[in-house]
Design a protein. Structure first.
Lengths: 428, 466
């Protein structure tokens, strides 16, 4: 285990601000401002698990092939209106799903870049291999560390152990790393090392014993080493985290019964109270809409209900609330990236659903983003689809990663992605 | 016949089950390697009436409405803690992960029924198990086969039966691609019309008008394949034998690498399946009696699943899980395991749980430590919950602090923990003010420091390993 991180951990969170300020003494003012700028930049990843139906998210409502391939699922122009009657159309060809009114308002404000037709060559239609590939940026089997784990190893070692936080029950492979342990939190209330309440006087002995046992030098790269490192990170990070988030106050009301909203609110809690917390990761599952993508048993053809509409509505409302919250805290340097492991097949199935597909749109949004349309929307013509009838990609997802790494996170994307990818221009 | 040391017996019981008391481990060791595996695998000969009585007095599933989300979880954890047939429950857990189905989409009564199907056919021919699971309502609902109909196939089941239940995308030994997108489409056609009758006991049926009787091209062969045909074909594939062997090794033996040596091992054991009429029982027996299973490499090479962490801590220490009765039952085990990342009846997706490093993150580690604290600090032995009595703890202590630590490490593994042994001893000899105190194994010390000691052992990195 690298001593740098251990030493840092032992210093505790109080020393963090010092470590960020000190280097300026030796730096030119311009360079110092540069670093300060990166130090305050926030990046949040939203994973839509299960394969989001891109065609019914950014809808090619004028495309006759779209309508004919999806007699049940497709939306026409007249249907692209949100609950207030506002149009969700964004161009002569494209519109958002009508439940995405909040997201449309962000697009209108110039904050949303839509990158159309994203995928990679021979894109996997397996959830599991597909997800691993997106997480590792390794299209050859999806093995190895995560792209964000590699970034964390480069940038966060020696900095605050709360630099990056994953919200959820499991650590996504995107954060698999060699050195930096990304904390995973599903519930702030239980995020603490509990000891026997009958003997409060023994608590310090318990904590000291725990630290001594888990700070032992165990074989690097072994499971035991990873367990000990993660345990130390958890117990020491938990104290700092609990103290910090107690200071969170917000005027923004998050949508009720919305798990993504809850998760993003947790991100806001940490990002607004822990200055060094710059990277957040949340996920929303359930996009594997093989059946009942629209409608209910009673109302089977209603496209404003059903699993996909519910998910997109929750997504739209949660993202808007989160950005409002960050704005209200004066934190404007926030970029969000939204991805799913694959899109869905243009030709609907008989279950009011859609099967696994390939290329789909990604979103990158936030105040610093140059909103608009990027990439070419994939053709739905029969000759343009692959042999399984799926959309082909025009943009490689690693171009999106590279743009964010290079332009927003101040990293060298080549060292993380293993090759150079053309930037897309949605960030300066 | 190969002998079986105490450590090997403990290893076998932790892997083939959830671990046990010294008496249970001795019972295995005295039988030798093959005899112990025989004993575990021919579990029908083991008297399990105590568990059956406990289940009968703790659960009432006589009406369908009683079979709820919480109740089925409480029920399975009760089985795992109380059963004398440990391998039966462990293998059911293996298949639950293999055919990962979740109550997020499937009604609890069907989850419960599927669990019983998994248990009933756990050691049968794989063809039989695969057919029973595929025709059971839970799977028909979970992967949308009930809406897979003539002319408009739904590919969900057709894909996963190949990718996850039988062959895998690529052969785990040869690396060759096992099926094409076209195979997925054609296999889906073979399963069209598979459904179940909507009245109890919800039997399987094929809706003839929705079944595609046309010619299908599957793996290059043309025929009017039925779903049953496809299952027979898949179960006979060498790729399936290798994939199942690979999964069993990863679950029961050690994390399998991509090395050619490991591929050769998987290939060798897969022959047991192919040469024994696809018998799961014979494959599992071959694995548990193998030198690979007892190799240095295998020992403590896996990270405990949350279910192993929770259930094992009770079984090894001689603790108690009192499940209570509905509606005052205790679901502590199910909730803790879920918080650690393993929600029984609720795997994250159809691929099941990600093992080893997949269990580790800061939140799940805190959940482990905090479960240990909940277990050890619960002195309310009259109510439903998880606890260990002072008497039980005292029976494991020794007069000297070092021997006491050693005794508990032996009991909870046996674990070898290097310099942590000294640290734990120091813990026993440290008072509230941080000053040294003399260790005495009296009741007050047991209630305070021995409970704290076990909490600390359960928080060691070594204890997280299996």
């Amino acid at each position: 285990m690298p001593t740098t991180r251990r030493q840092f951990i032992k210093r505790g969170v109080g020393a963090v601000s010092v470590s960020l300020v000190m280097p300026r003494i030796w730096l030119s003012e311009a360079r110092a401002q540069d670093i300060a700028a990166f130090d305050s930049r926030k990046f949040v990843v939203i994973q839509l698990g299960g394969g989001n139906d891109g065609l019914n998210t950014v809808i090619p409502y004028t495309n006759a092939r779209y309508a004919s391939l999806r007699p049940v699922l497709s939306f026409d122009e007249a249907e692209l209106k949100d609950a207030q009657g506002h149009s969700t159309i964004i161009s002569n060809e494209l519109g958002f799903h009508p439940v995405m009114g909040e997201f449309k308002s962000l697009f209108d404000a110039g904050k949303v870049a839509i990158v159309n037709g994203v995928g990679y060559p021979n894109q996997s239609t397996s959830h599991f291999l597909g997800t691993d590939i997106w997480m590792t940026a390794n299209t050859n089997g999806g093995s190895g560390n995560g792209w964000l784990g590699k970034y964390a190893d480069q940038v966060y070692v020696g900095k605050s152990s709360l630099s990056a936080i994953n919200i959820g029950g499991t650590l996504p492979k995107a954060f698999f790393s060699d050195k930096f342990v990304v904390p995973t939190i599903s519930n702030f209330a239980t995020y603490t090392f509990q000891t026997d309440s009958r003997f409060a006087g023994d608590r310090n002995n318990q904590l000291n014993t725990f630290r001594a046992n888990n700070n032992r030098a165990l074989a690097p790269g072994s499971f035991a080493g990873a367990l000990a490192d993660t345990g130390i990170e958890a117990v020491d990070g938990a104290g700092a985290l609990t103290a910090a988030i107690a200071n969170y106050n917000s005027t923004v009301t998050y949508p009720a019964n919305n798990s993504l909203g809850n998760a993003l609110r947790m991100v806001a809690q940490t990002m607004t109270t822990i200055p060094d917390n710059n990277l957040g990761y949340v996920s929303l599952g359930g996009f594997d809409d093989h059946s009942a993508q629209i409608g209910s048993a009673q109302d089977p053809t209603n496209k404003l209900i059903g699993s996909h509409a519910t998910l997109l509505m929750n997504f739209s409302q949660a993202v808007k609330a989160f950005l409002d919250d960050m704005d209200a805290h004066g934190i404007r340097d926030v970029v969000i990236m939204v991805f799913s492991e694959f899109g869905r097949r243009p030709n609907e199935n008989a279950s009011r659903g859609s099967d696994h597909g390939r290329a789909a749109p990604m979103f990158v949004l936030g105040n610093p983003v140059h909103g608009g349309l990027y990439g070419q929307y994939p053709s739905l013509e029969a000759t343009a689809l692959d042999s399984a009838g799926n959309l082909k990609e025009n943009i490689d997802f690693r171009q999106v990663y590279a743009t964010i790494l290079d332009k927003w996170l101040g990293a060298d994307s080549r060292s993380i992605l293993g090759a150079s990818y053309e930037n897309l221009g949605f960030l300066n | 016949m190969a002998s079986l040391s105490y450590e090997q017996g403990a290893h076998l019981l932790r892997r083939a089950g959830f671990g046990g008391t010294p008496e249970e481990i001795d019972n295995l060791s005295t039988r030798g390697r093959e005899g112990a595996v025989d004993y575990l695998i021919n579990f029908n000969q083991i008297d399990n009436s105590a568990m059956e009585s406990l289940l009968a007095s703790s659960f009432d599933f006589s009406s369908q409405g009683d079979i709820t989300n919480g109740e089925i979880r409480r029920w399975w954890f009760t089985r795992m803690v109380a059963t004398k047939r440990q391998l039966q429950e462990k293998m059911t857990l293996f298949w639950h992960n293999h055919f990962a189905t979740s109550s997020s989409k499937v009604q609890d009564v069907f989850m419960y029924n599927q669990n019983n199907v998994l248990r009933q056919y756990a050691f049968d021919r794989f063809d039989t198990l695969l057919l029973r699971v595929s025709q059971d309502p839970a799977m028909l609902i979970w992967l949308d086969n009930i809406t897979n109909v003539l002319g408009r196939p739904n590919e969900n089941f057709a894909r996963e039966i190949q990718e996850l239940f039988t062959m895998g995308i690529n052969d785990v030994v040869t690396g060759q691609q096992n099926y094409t997108e076209e195979d997925v489409k054609e296999v889906a056609r073979a399963f069209t019309g598979w459904n179940y009758r909507r009245q109890p006991p919800f039997p399987f049926q094929i809706n003839a008008s929705q079944h595609d009787n046309g010619t299908k091209t599957i793996f290059g062969q043309q025929s009017n394949f039925s779903g049953e045909d496809v299952i027979t074909i898949l179960a006979a594939k060498p790729a399936t034998a290798r994939y199942l062997t690979w999964k069993l090794f990863n679950f029961f033996v050690y994390p399998v690498t991509n090395s050619s040596a490991d591929k050769a091992t998987i290939d060798t054991f897969s022959k047991v399946y192919l040469n024994n009429d696809h018998s799961i029982k014979e494959l599992v027996r071959a694995i548990f009696t193998s030198d690979e299973f007892f190799s240095e490499r295998a020992l403590f090479s896996l990270i405990k699943q949350p279910v192993e962490y929770t259930v094992g801590s009770i079984r090894m220490l001689g603790g108690t899980y009192n499940p209570g009765t509905n509606p005052r039952g205790s679901n502590t085990l199910a909730q803790s395991s879920r918080n650690m990342g393993q929600d029984l009846f609720g795997p994250p997706d159809v691929a099941g749980w990600e093992f080893n490093l997949g269990w580790i993150n800061t939140a799940s580690m805190l959940e482990r430590y905090n479960f240990a604290n909940t277990y050890l600090s619960n002195r309310n032995t009259n109510n439903p919950g998880v606890f260990v009595t002072n008497d039980q703890l005292k029976s494991i202590t020794k007069a000297a602090s070092k021997k006491t630590v050693k005794k508990f490490l032996a009991r909870l593994g046996p674990l070898s923990v290097g310099e942590a042994l000294g640290t734990l001893r120091t813990y026993l000899e440290t008072g509230d003010n941080g000053q040294p105190v003399v260790y005495v194994n009296d009741d007050a010390t047991v209630d305070k420091k021995i409970r704290g000691l076990v909490h600390q052992i359960m928080s060691l990195p070594e204890y997280q390993l299996n």
